[in-house]
Design a protein around this ligand. Structure first.
Ligand code: GLN
Ligand code: ZN
Length: 666
């Protein structure tokens, strides 16, 4: 189901709210019959119990499960999976009965959809669901858990009135209004509050004194007996154990808490609340908080001033995009339907070994530079032979599109073992942004210059954008995300201008993760889009009209944020599209005006399949039916680094052939 095979495509995977964890979206149809198939929750409960450990089994709650599902293929789009509530509740009852029989006294239902802007009929589904479950709940208590934001007031009122629920879990870290809600709307005297005061998602040590204060306030409202200390969400979204970190500076380490440390924090807070405060631990914690505030590692006044000077102003290139494109075309002289790729070329075993040997000092810097230059030469030659119009250097020197930049920026730290599950056995190791960000030295100029020097065709400079660097890192919690983003934008701006100064005429600034930083609540989205798009423009508004700024995005479902994308004011945008031409094109068909260059990916690089020339030509034709022909670019969906040369070469051959075929027809 996750991988698909030759005949059945893989099911859709999507991010669990705004985390980097992915789940497979259930596909449901009206005639579906649910059965109780996997007894995993019960088996694992028993396994822990055999070891003498009493656990609380955690299940996705029935309403969130249905709200996160979608209609199966072939089912009318108007079908609402929520209509299956009556069919799925009996299965939950079976699970509850079995857990009860196994000895469980508590069970947790995760209902994080409650933090979204739900409609009243969706909220009502919770009332129905938990009323139906009520009779099964004698002898076993339910914690209804929410996280990642505060609840809207109507959801809060609904949840606190659910009779079947014995405890409610609330996020007091990211739910900035949670405390106000509890103060203003009260908390039911018959329920426990699981107070998520320890940040389960980020990697910072909790400010224990501040949390203790908050817990005392909560205690005065809900009562001593009813207050439980908890993390704000599951610990699967943070790194595992700080003890595994051997390379972080001690000072930085003192500011951090990974999952193992967070559990100690929860315990310390609970003990303190019960009158057994561990004085030593609390004062060490306070000292660390102080050192973080005043540390020279964190503070760079010049950066702070430069970044705060940006707020309020607009930062836009003076010339409108259409006129810029003309100026660029006079210099670049590209054919109709210009071809390009997204940046990376296959990261072969040899390339990976090279980087590893350099990192572990097995080869000298000179040897490394020579070998990477050789690789770039190879990639350039292939593209020239394929007759691609705008070239890339292939990114062989980069391990990861964020890590590569983070390693060269001030204010970033890297863990050796700070892995977080992304899906299946896949993990990511996000950098930690701990301080003010600046760029001591150029980061990509050396390689871009080398690549441009061996070809007469335009060579794209290749950068990761500020918003993507931000969204794929563990971020500071001592200043707003926007502030950190502006600082990164200034660093990237320096790089953009250095690239331009040494003759690079096309610069791509990848914003693969712009969309995923979108806040869960609609009321907060406009503000985010405003500073995110502003950051992107800060990075590139200083270039000449003749310098062409590209950006790239890895998703096509941006119909709802299309105006922000236009507002980024890039000259050319390349986007993932090959899985869903329709979705992307519909927005333009509906009349959105788009004057910049646009390259909707013409084939799927996530699959080893090699698309035929005619098939690619077909796709381009679909695009041409909707968009002006002089703005359309031809490119794959995304970077080629996970593919083999035996796939990339024929696929790109067909792509260029398709573009040429259509040029003769235009
Ligand atoms: N330039 C990057 C690459 O080609 C972009 C990757 C991405 O969009 N995720 O690898
Ligand atoms: Zn991409």
């Amino acid at each position: 189901m996750a991988r698909g095979n030759a005949v059945v495509p893989a099911m859709e995977m999507t991010k669990w709210f705004d985390t980097n964890y992915h789940f497979i979206v259930p596909e449901l149809s009206p005639d579906l019959k649910f059965t109780y198939a996997s007894h995993k929750a019960v088996v694992e409960y028993k396994e822990a119990k055999e070891h003498g450990i009493e656990t609380v089994p955690v299940l996705v709650g029935p309403v969130s499960y249905l709200l996160l599902s979608k209609p199966a293929k072939g089912v009318d789009k108007s079908f609402s999976p929520l209509s299956l509530l009556g069919k799925i509740i009996p299965i939950y009852k079976e699970v509850l009965a079995e857990l009860k029989a196994a000895g469980a006294t508590w069970v947790q239902f995760d209902e994080p959809t409650l933090v979204l802007d739900l409609e009243s009929h969706q909220l009502k589904a919770f009332i129905d669901a938990y009323e139906q479950l009520e009779e099964t709940l004698s002898g076993i208590s339910v914690i209804l858990e929410t996280y990642f934001a505060d609840l809207p007031a109507d959801a809060y009122k609904m949840v606190t009135s659910l009779k079947a629920v014995s405890a409610i879990g609330l996020d007091l870290v990211r739910g900035e209004k949670t405390l106000e809600l509890i103060k203003n709307l009260g908390f039911p005297s018959d329920k426990y509050l699981f107070a998520g005061v320890v940040d389960g998602k980020n990697i910072w040590a909790n400010d224990l004194e501040a949390s203790l204060e908050m817990l005392k306030t909560l205690e005065s409202i809900v009562g001593k007996e009813k207050l439980m200390v908890s993390t704000s969400c599951s610990l699967m979204h943070t790194a595992v154990d700080l003890l595994n970190e051997t390379k972080l500076a001690d000072e930085i380490k003192s500011w951090l808490a990974f999952a193992a440390q967070k559990i100690l924090e929860v315990n310390a807070l609970a003990n303190a609340l019960a009158g057994e405060k561990d004085g030593e631990l609390f004062s060490a914690n306070s000292a660390a908080q102080e050192s973080r505030k005043s540390s020279a590692r964190v503070n760079d006044e010049a950066v702070q001033e430069a970044a705060s000077a940006l707020r309020g102003s607009d930062h836009r290139r003076a010339t409108p995009v259409t006129a810029r494109l003309e100026a660029q075309q006079r210099k670049l002289n590209l054919p109709m339907l210009p071809t390009t790729t997204i940046g990376s070329f296959p990261q072969t075993m040899d390339v990976r070994r090279l980087r590893r040997e350099y990192k572990t000092n097995k080869i000298t810097e000179e040897e490394y530079v020579e070998a990477i230059k050789e690789e770039i030469k190879k990639v350039v030659k292939i593209q020239e032979e394929l007759d691609i119009d705008v070239l890339v250097h292939g990114e062989p020197e980069r391990n990861d599109m964020v890590e590569y930049f983070g390693e060269q920026l001030k204010g970033f730290a890297f863990t050796v073992n700070g892995w977080v599950q992304s899906y299946g056995s896949r993990c990511v190791k996000p950098p930690i942004i701990y301080g003010d960000v600046s760029r001591p030295n150029p980061m990509t100029v050396f390689w871009s210059k080398a690549a441009q020097s061996i070809t007469t065709r335009p060579m794209k400079g290749m950068l990761t954008g500020p918003v993507t660097i931000l969204n794929w890192s563990f971020v500071r919690n001592d200043q707003p995300r926007s502030e950190t983003c502006y600082q990164i934008a200034l660093a990237i701006k320096n790089e953009v201008e250095d690239l331009e100064a040494c003759g690079i005429q096309v610069i791509q600034i990848d914003e693969a993760a712009l969309r995923e930083g979108l806040p869960l609540r609609k009321s907060e989205q406009a503000l985010y889009l405003d500073w995110a798009v502003h950051s992107f423009r800060i990075a590139n508004c200083g270039v000449k009209d003749t310098t062409q700024i590209h950006t790239h995005m890895c998703y096509s479902n941006f119909n709802d944020i299309i105006h922000s994308i236009i507002d980024m004011d890039a000259d050319v945008i390349t986007i993932e599209n090959s899985r869903s031409n329709e979705k992307l094109l519909s927005v333009f068909r509906e009349g959105v005006k788009y004057g910049a260059g646009i390259g909707p990916g013409v084939y799927d690089i996530h699959s080893p399949r090699i698309p035929a020339t005619e098939e690619i030509a077909d796709r381009i034709n679909q695009v041409l039916a909707v968009l002006e022909r002089n703005v359309v670019w031809v490119n794959p969906d995304c970077g080629l680094k996970t593919r083999k040369y035996s796939e990339v070469k024929p696929a790109l051959t067909n792509m260029v052939a398709a573009a040429k075929l259509l040029r003769t027809e235009l």
